[in-house]
Design a protein around this ligand. Structure first.
Ligand SMILES: Cc1ncc(COP(=O)(O)O)c(C=O)c1O
Length: 458
């Protein structure tokens, strides 16, 4: 009797024969796994850890693409999922409904910024952004403003990679190739504090950038549906952070110029930045709030767009009026995903998650502080449970390392060798761990990153 080979090498070779992975130059892995970057088959998750087929463990420092909140294979979430699977796995969500979706909508409305009372479900972050963009445009059309066809996005923003979401994104790595296929947004300069003038505080950068946004709105509000932003942290754009004043000012400008405010909280929602939703830091409510990733604790794909009754009313009419929002995905409102989201929100209800995160975030800040003096570190920044270290070739001028040198990749490979999943964004090494991480585990993660940085900048 022969047993199939389930080693890392054997599974990686089988994977590379047929699969094509996201955000990856497959050549890095080589045709049979002999490339510079390993393909790692994961067989199990336990809390903040992932375990590969050879039994090696990796501390998930990036919450598996910012999705995981309460640990891998979380027993409470797994039990809810199993229970739901035995009852109802899926049902068409047009003309039919179910309790997990109903209760999820009720719960989201209860915890969201005031005024967001309608919930439209989709199944991933990019789809949520598509929904928000289309809904905003369609709202204005239904209100007799078909001339509003444009969007304002921030420089350095990232909202996903379907064509609409990519259209309002400004990360060249993802956008440049497809630019001929995309809508062209108006770009407002990001309030990113790292890009501020020397001596300027984050609040001053925010104020100056609000001036730029005002100028843009003065010229283009009449043709603009919405301004879309990632509140507090532009994640894929390099974990660039801004002052909450920008959000308060943005809300006021959107009201003044009659355009929508779309808050893409897909990466920053659910406690990541210190409050349940990042918009709370400025005590503002957007017109649309996109949620995904942490919504299911990182267990199943699901997204939600929350909006106002005012928006909903613009679509509510006799069928013949042709005003309905007909956007659909086959798996809209999937009961398994909704049930898992409910269990995730129940953990927030039952446990002092935000309080615990505050202590963890403070610990992380203390551990990263010494890096500020490193000759190749231009910035150490943090907002709640997101921390980032900006590596540069020259500290005085902040000249970046040429991207072709792939310094961040060296940190990634060092991390894997030493049991840590760190996946830098270019030359930005960041930490975005699951909330169940312990202080000791954070120490381990930071120590590995610091050693990796030493090797990478040589
Ligand atoms: C802010 C933001 N918006 C949208 C998306 C797209 O989400 P998804 O990858 O689920 O399509 C992401 C993904 O990283 C994101 O960070």
């Amino acid at each position: 009797m022969t047993f199939p080979d389930r080693s890392n090498a054997a599974l990686a070779a089988r994977d590379l024969r047929h699969l094509w992975h996201p955000c990856t130059q497959m050549h890095d892995h080589g045709r049979a796994g002999q490339g510079d970057v390993p393909m790692l088959p994961i067989v199990r998750g336990e809390g903040a850890w992932l375990v590969d087929a050879d039994g090696r463990r990796y501390l998930d420092g990036i919450s598996s693409w910012w999705t995981n909140l309460f640990g891998h294979a979380n027993p409470r979430i797994a039990a809810a999922l199993a229970d739901q699977a035995r009852r109802l796995e899926h049902v068409i969500f047009a003309g039919f409904t179910h309790e997990p979706a109903i209760e999820l909508a009720e719960t989201l409305v209860r915890i969201a910024p005031a005024g967001l009372e309608r919930v439209f479900l989709a199944d991933n972050g990019s789809a949520a952004v598509e929904v928000a963009l289309k809904m905003s445009f369609h709202y204005w059309l239904n209100r007799g403003h078909g001339e509003k066809t444009r969007f304002i996005a921030l420089t350095g923003s990232y909202h996903g990679e379907t064509l609409g979401a990519l259209s309002v994104s400004d990360v060249a790595l993802y956008r440049k190739t497809y630019a001929p296929l995309l809508l062209t947004p108006f770009l407002a300069p990001s309030p990113d504090a790292y890009e501020g003038e020397p001596g300027e505080s984050p609040a001053q950068v925010a104020a100056r950038r609000l001036g730029d946004l005002r100028a843009l709105l003065e010229r283009h509000a009449h043709e603009t549906c919405a301004v879309i932003v990632e509140p507090l942290v532009q994640c894929a754009g390099g974990m660039r952070m801004h002052h909450p004043d920008y959000l308060a000012g943005l809300r006021a400008l959107c009201d003044e110029f009659d355009v929508h405010f779309i808050a893409d909280e897909i990466a920053v929602g659910f406690g990541r930045t210190g409050t349940m939703f990042a918009c709370e830091s400025a005590r503002v409510a957007p017109d649309f709030m996109c949620l995904s990733k942490g919504l299911t604790g990182g267990t199943l794909p699901l997204s939600a767009v929350l909006t106002t009754e005012r928006v909903y009313e613009a679509f509510y009419a006799e069928y013949d009026a042709g005003k309905a929002f007909l956007h659909s995905h086959s798996y809209t409102g999937n009961p398994l995903a909704c049930r898992v989201a409910l269990e995730t929100l129940a953990i927030f209800r039952d446990e002092p998650v935000l309080e615990r995160n505050r202590a963890l975030a403070a610990h992380l800040a203390r551990r990263l502080a010494p890096l500020r003096d490193h000759p190749h570190v231009a910035d150490v920044r943090q907002t709640g449970m997101i921390a980032a270290v900006e590596l540069v070739a020259d500290k005085a001028t902040r000249r970046p390392f040429p991207s072709g040198e792939r310094r961040g990749l060296r940190v990634y490979l060092h991390g894997l060798e030493h049991g840590a999943l760190l996946r830098p964004l270019g030359n930005v090494i960041y930490f975005m761990p699951p909330y169940v991480v312990t202080a000791d585990e954070l120490d381990q993660l930071v120590d590995t990153a610091i050693r990796g940085i030493e090797l990478a900048v040589r």
